[in-house]
Write a protein that binds this ligand. Structure first.
Ligand SMILES: Nc1ncnc2c1ncn2[C@@H]1O[C@H](COP(=O)(O)OP(=O)(O)OP(=O)(O)O)[C@@H](O)[C@H]1O
Ligand SMILES: [Mg+2]
Length: 650
């Protein structure tokens, strides 16, 4: 049976359970507060934070601003040229016409006349000369508009792409700092969505909407100045509609912002689901889950459609509403202007340019209204990106960061208690002592807590009580990087990166030579299969090693750990998929490697652990037996049961 939409929404996009659970462990960051309450009421902090990414481009932004001013003013002057031309023609036709000429019109008339005196066009009439001069001036002005707009958009592009690059880098760097528990509770696709959709939306906003806001503001001020010099009364009428625009726009913006947050969250859930289904395609097919998948995806997709429809609807109606209001304002202005023309001698040329300006005046507001959907998608995206940035990094609670150079490998767990969630302890009062060069094995049933112990030694998670020391130093006080440099690990779930076999093994120690890599591969019994691959060590591994067998993947992971010179080695079911003969070879190879290292081995196959210095039998998070193979057999307890039970099965 497929899941309901509510169940899936909770699973794919809720704040992580691990995060909720860990709230008792330390102070809570500001970002977390914001997220827990859901949508922040105030969008100003998000905008400020987005703008802070532009702060390093101050000089370019100042240039952009100057270009915008130049472009707007040139455009306004260019448009103004029509006023003296119309009035000149009018006076030419009817020299007695009652036309009131404003100061600005006189000035522009003077400039046109000035150019006319330079033009030598033969016996062309003065009026034509006048018109040609006005056209030339307008042309030059509009060329300035074209040029400055070009420069401005080029500059803005470099600013926006630079800012986005930085945002992406910071987000990625932050991801590398986040604790494992963050990834435990988030579908990969959901995290990916922040990198792709959310950042894309921010990109669009910075590169287009921001320019609109800037140039809109300048156009508004410039046009206003031109309008007021042309006719103050008509200007007042036009301006009267502004509060209406702002109020209406504000209401719609407020109303639609929640749909945009919902839209981005739904998109994250859809991406999470797709990623999971694609990576788990084999399981989907084996259990014939295709139909259920389609059904479940349909639910999530449906939800996304609804949220997108609402968001786009509210974003989309803004433009037409604003457009219509500005048409009304335009109609009234022109009507009254016409009456004034008849009654007060207001010049027809001035009315024409004023009508143009009044249209231009509402344009930035309309433009902004049309950008609402872009802006809100970006704000919702930014919120999700900043939510990740505000997560506490792995070393959030670290007070001391002792760096240790070379450790010998004394590992002590003293009364360690730990739970992934505060209400369920997974390890209870675990104590053990490992001397350098010792091989300590963990055995026990599935889910007993074996992997968990190794996760704690590595500081993937912080313990609830007790203490873990390495060479006598509390690991909570050791710098995580320094600690992990001293631990090599073969994880239970292997992972390979896209790259050659050589590169994948070298991941264990980046300065290793090719010969050392081959040596490590031989130790791990991986050499013979690698040489049989099409390109040997240069064979490219694809998609987490899908072109290799499970056992081969494990061998490469072992080789990687063997290459590392770390004094502590953890092998978690490292040879579980390898045939018993190869396992024997690996053991022989590893014996020399383990000589001077503290090694923790986890294995279900008891034959692998029988030569350990100490074997810990774990059951439900507690060490119930400990000793050497012989001692444990003599005890006739759980280990004996496991051992003989397995023998019987054999
Ligand atoms: N990331 C996690 N978040 C929450 N609980 C977890 C997590 N990882 C493991 N657990 C729980 O902790 C317990 C111990 O898990 P662990 O992986 O240590 O078992 P294990 O002994 O290694 O088992 P196996 O032999 O199957 O590998 C299990 O009950 C499991 O449900
Ligand atoms: Mg395990």
């Amino acid at each position: 049976m497929s899941r309901t939409l509510e169940q899936m929404q909770k699973q794919y996009s809720s704040p992580s359970k691990a995060m909720e659970g860990s709230a008792h462990r330390g102070p809570v960051g500001p970002g977390r507060h914001m997220r827990m309450k859901g949508k922040p009421k105030d969008i100003a902090p998000t905008i400020n934070r987005m703008l802070s990414y532009l702060s390093r481009y101050k000089l370019r932004l100042v240039l952009v601003f100057l270009c915008m001013i130049l472009s707007t003013v040139s455009g306004l002057f260019g448009g103004y040229m029509i006023a003296p031309v119309i009035d000149r023609i009018l006076i030419e036709v009817n020299p007695n016409a009652n036309v009131h000429i404003s100061g600005m019109q006189k000035a522009s008339d003077g400039i046109i006349k000035g150019l006319t005196s330079y033009l030598s066009l033969g016996n062309v009439s003065e009026v034509i000369k006048y018109i040609i001069s006005a056209v030339i001036i307008a042309f030059v002005l509009y060329m300035i508009v074209v040029l400055t707009t070009y420069i401005q958009s080029r500059l803005m592009l470099s600013v926006s792409q630079g800012a986005i690059e930085r945002l992406r880098n910071e987000l990625f760097a932050k991801l590398q700092q986040l604790p494992i528990k963050y990834f435990d509770s988030k579908p990969t696709g959901e995290i990916m969505s922040r990198f792709t959709n959310d950042i894309d939306n921010i990109d669009v906003m910075i590169s287009t909407a921001l320019t609109s806001v800037f140039s809109g503001a300048i156009t508004l001020i410039g046009t206003f100045a031109f309008m007021i010099t042309t006719n103050w009364l008509l200007t007042l009428i036009t301006v009267f509609f502004i509060p209406l625009f702002i109020k209406g726009g504000g209401w719609i913006a407020n109303h639609s912002s929640k749909y945009y947050s919902g839209q981005q969250t739904a998109l994250g859930a859809v991406n999470g689901y797709i990623e999971e289904t694609v990576s788990g395609q084999k399981v989907v097919k084996v259990f014939n889950h295709e139909e259920v998948c389609v059904e479940e995806f349909g639910l999530l997709n449906n939800d996304m459609r609804d949220k997108q429809m609402m968001a786009q609807f509210w974003g989309g109606i803004m433009g037409p509403i604003m457009g219509n209001t500005s048409q009304i304002s335009y109609g009234i202005t022109v009507g009254i202007g016409g009456i004034m023309m008849c009654l007060t001698g207001f010049s027809p040329g001035a009315l024409t340019v004023f009508a143009n300006y009044s249209k231009q005046f509402s344009m930035p507001i309309n433009q902004l209204a049309a950008q609402v959907s872009t802006i809100f998608s970006a704000l919702a995206g930014a919120e999700r990106v900043f939510a990740v940035m505000d997560e506490n990094p792995e070393n959030y609670n670290d007070t001391e960061n002792t760096t240790i150079d070379k450790i010998t490998g004394h590992v002590v767990l003293d009364n360690v208690t730990f739970g992934y969630r505060p209400d369920k302890m997974v390890l209870k009062n675990v104590s053990l002592y490992a001397k350098p060069g010792q091989k300590i094995a963990f055995v026990g049933s599935t889910g007993a807590g074996k992997t968990t112990i190794t996760n704690l030694i590595n500081r993937f998670y912080d313990i609830d009580s007790g203490i873990i020391t390495v060479d006598g130093v509390d690991i909570n006080k050791i710098d995580r990087v320094a600690l992990r440099q001293n631990i090599a690990m073969v994880l239970q779930d292997t992972h390979l990166f896209t790259g050659t076999v050589m590169e994948n093994i070298r991941y264990g120690r980046l300065d290793a030579t090719d010969e050392e890599v081959v040596e490590a591969a031989k130790t791990a019994s991986a050499h013979s299969f690698i040489t049989r691959l099409a390109d040997g060590y240069n064979t490219v591994i694809e998609g987490d090693g899908t072109n290799l067998s499970q056992g081969q993947r494990q061998l490469l992971n072992i080789a990687r750990a063997a290459l590392s010179k770390a004094p502590i080695l953890i092998l978690d079911e490292a040879t579980s998929s390898v045939d018993t003969l190869t396992e024997k070879y690996i053991e022989q190879g590893m014996d020399s490697l383990m000589e001077d290292r503290t090694t923790f081995v986890i294995a279900h196959r008891l034959s692998t652990v029988r030569n350990s210095d100490a074997i810990m039998v774990l059951e439900q998070g507690e060490i119930i037996e400990r000793g050497t193979h012989e001692e444990l057999l003599a005890m006739k307890g759980r280990y004996y049961e496991l051992h003989t039970g397995l023998k019987e099965l054999d």
